[in-house]
Design a protein around this ligand. Structure first.
Ligand SMILES: Cc1cc2nc3c(=O)[nH]c(=O)nc-3n(C[C@H](O)[C@H](O)[C@H](O)COP(=O)(O)OP(=O)(O)OC[C@H]3O[C@@H](n4cnc5c(N)ncnc54)[C@H](O)[C@@H]3O)c2cc1C
Length: 654
């Protein structure tokens, strides 16, 4: 065996603590080492050229590079050796930067440790076997889960690239929270006016198939070839026949009695409804928990919806159905919920009917909302309006969240402006902790709102704030200020992960971060990828963000999701598990342990088989197998034992 060893100085990152030339010289004396060199930047072009030249000139059959973390440059060096004709899996890397030079100060000891690490890698290299890179075909279609602005944008972008997209939305319509907003900061565009054309584009796009009122229940497969089961809930209205005329809703016996979720329960609908007039798809839905026919089996003599529907579309016998989809990549865009105010009784929400959330305010101030856009409460126009920011966010003591929800400062400024516009004589006060006006045009917008006669009162983050009533009047108490009388209190409630996001993470095999939002693969370098190949994130499901950032992220996720679809094939990691059929007793222990469903039981032969495409090479099954029948290619016992022996020998512990 002829091994080439290359020790990187990494500028002074390694060489300031490790005597690299001494390590190179000592390593050069080990058996099997044909050449051992050190160089300033091994990852640079000249560094890589040096390795390639040696492979050709000296006929090297294994290469070891000692430098930084393999996460950084393992792919770089694998490509280097492959370009020189060596199998890329005959390459091994020792991390003498993060594992040595960066964490030690004693030059002599660090040099000895670097030598031991490199000698371990040299020993392991002797046990490496060549592996073939494998490719699998890709289904040229994508699924987008969640039809808010993030999902809508991602679906349109992928579809515009020419790929089929299935857009799965759990509510009866797409649109998400943006559809509920009145105007949008900082430009004050009408939210519906900029959103609804995109919703229509979705419904008309030849490449998009919309599955509304549906939820993903199961996913199997791997990047390029996912099989997804989607549960389509019954609307009790035949979607093919319904033309969205609304005659059914007009005649519903419960018209105007059921709280309308779209209006944050501030308005009423009937038991058959469309969430809002521009719903997409504009198909009516029967609420199974309210409809008299579905709850009691009787609605007068004859249900009026049935009597009056011009298309005979009502179907009380409709059942849920399972749709199976085959897709190559998936974008998750399931959005956010609002912080649960029941754990913060000091704000009086739910106790006083003049204390509302920012999202409820959006519906009240909207021309399409329950008051037709009039900021009126119990028939009266408020004179004193108080906004309180950071409700449930930036809460170091709990029970709120420590993170900043990023949109509340600006949506409060916007809402203060809307109050000023509609009620010019009102007194508007905002209690804030800091104003975070970080986006394009935000600071200018905030300054403009202050000039409109809005009083901003700063309070310390940890200082208590309370809403209370005395003599039938409502007040806001904050340290350092006289109690402020308020006819209306609007709470800038923070954003939290969507309910059910943990369960969905489990179905999709993605992770939640500490704050509960979905975890990206790398916060800086892979911000829209997940740790599961082929799944990408867009919008507020990843973290709170405003519409411009949501749209940018959706386009980024769409672009990432389109790459495998455009290539038509994906490379799979060949370092996968392999079952020794002679040793396997078919106990199925590995099957339960595998997180990727990569081990299948062969009923006929009574043994396990590993699926190379599903296997991610995590090694859990190899550790769990009681018969020692499973091994992991590239991490076979022989190589690992060689490495351990060398480490113990060179470390003087043998
Ligand atoms: C009060 C308030 C005012 C705001 N004002 C502004 C503003 O003026 N300007 C601005 O830029 N931003 C504003 N924002 C922020 C804005 O609402 C968000 O940036 C935007 O809604 C994020 O879109 P999204 O698609 O990520 O999430 P969402 O709008 O939450 O959409 C997510 C969608 O996914 C669906 N879904 C969830 N779970 C599933 C599932 N399991 N299966 C299928 N579908 C699912 C949901 O039903 C929903 O349709 C405001 C936010 C609030 C709370």
């Amino acid at each position: 065996m002829k091994i080439g060893v290359y020790i990187c100085e990494c500028g002074i990152n390694i060489s300031s603590t490790v005597d690299v030339s001494k390590v190179a010289k000592k390593i050069g004396k080990l058996s099997g080492v044909a050449v051992s060199r050190n160089y300033k930047y091994m990852c640079s072009d000249p560094g890589q050229e040096m390795i390639k030249k040696d492979i050709t000139a000296l006929g090297l059959d294994r290469v070891v590079v000692a430098s930084c973390s393999p996460r950084m440059h393992e792919p770089t060096f694998r490509n280097t050796v492959e370009e020189a004709g060596l199998n890329p899996y005959c390459f091994e890397m020792a991390n003498i930067r993060e594992h040595c030079s960066w964490i030690h100060h004693d030059r002599e000891k660090a040099t000895q440790k670097a030598y031991e690490l490199v000698s371990g890698s040299v020993a392991r290299a002797m046990g490496l076997e060549p592996l073939d890179r494998k490719e699998v075909g890709v289904t040229p279609a994508a699924m987008v889960v969640g039809g808010g602005i993030a999902g809508i944008q991602a679906a349109l972008s992928i579809a515009d690239e020419g790929f089929k997209v299935y857009l799965v939305e759990k509510e009866p319509t797409i649109g998400g929270r943006m559809a509920q907003l009145d105007k949008t900061f900082p430009t004050l565009d009408c939210s519906a006016c900029i959103l609804t054309p995109k919703m229509v584009d979705v419904s008309r796009h030849p490449n998009i198939e919309l599955l509304a009122y549906s939820e993903v229940t199961e996913i199997s497969g791997y990047i390029g070839n996912f099989t997804v089961k989607v549960n389509k809930k019954p609307r009790y209205v035949d979607e093919e026949k319904c033309i969205g005329c609304g005659v059914c809703a007009e005649h519903c016996r419960l018209k105007g009695t059921v709280p309308n979720e779209f209006d944050m329960n501030k308005g009423k609908r009937g038991a058959i409804y469309a969430p809002f007039p521009q719903s997409v798809p504009l198909k009516y839905t029967i609420d199974p928990e309210k409809c008299l026919m579905l709850t009691r089996g009787k609605c007068g003599k004859e249900p009026r919806c049935v009597e009056n529907c011009p298309r005979d579309a009502i179907d009380f016998k409709q059942k849920e159905s399972i749709v199976e989809l085959n897709v190559g990549t998936i974008v998750v865009a399931t959005g956010f919920d609002l912080f649960d105010l029941s754990v913060k009784p000091e704000y009086g929400y739910g106790k006083y009917d003049n204390v509302i959330t920012g999202l409820e305010f959006e519906r009240i101030v909207s021309a399409s909302g329950p008051t037709g856009g009039k900021v009126r409460l119990n028939g009266k126009y408020p004179k004193n309006v108080v906004f309180i920011q950071c409700v449930g966010s930036r809460d170091r003591k709990g029970p709120g969240n420590e993170y900043c929800s990023r949109v509340c400062c600006m949506y409060t400024a916007k809402q203060a402006h809307l109050v000023r516009e509609k009620l010019p004589d009102s007194h508007i006060t905002v209690y804030y902790t800091d104003v975070r006006a970080f986006g394009k045009g935000f600071e200018e917008f905030y300054n403009r709102i202050k000039k409109e006669g809005v009083t901003y009162r700063r309070r310390e983050l940890d200082d208590a704030i309370e809403v209370f009533q005395k003599d039938e009047k409502t007040y806001v108490k904050a340290k350092g200020y006289k109690d402020a009388e308020a006819d209306l209190v609007v709470l800038a409630v923070g954003l939290v992960p969507k309910s059910g996001s943990k369960e969905l993470a489990h179905v999709l095999n993605i992770q939640n971060s500490g704050d509960g939002f979905y975890l990206e693969a790398h916060p800086k370098l892979r911000p829209v990828d997940t740790m599961t190949d082929g799944l990408f994130l867009a919008g507020c499901c990843q973290s709170p963000k405003d519409i411009p950032d949501t749209v940018s992220q959706a386009n980024a996720a769409a672009s990432r999701a389109s790459i495998p679809l455009a290539r038509g094939k994906v490379e799979i990691n060949p370092a996968t598990s392999v079952v020794d059929e002679d040793l396997c007793v078919g106990c199925r222990t590995c099957e339960k342990i595998c997180s990727y469903s990569a081990l299948e039981y062969d009923e006929e032969r009574g043994i396990m088989k590993a699926n190379e495409v599903l296997c991610k090479g995590c090694g859990s099954c190899t550790a769990a197998c009681p018969s020692g029948a499973i091994s992991l290619r590239h991490y076979r016992d022989t190589g690992v034992m060689y490495q351990l022996e060398a480490l113990l020998r060179e470390g003087g512990t043998e």
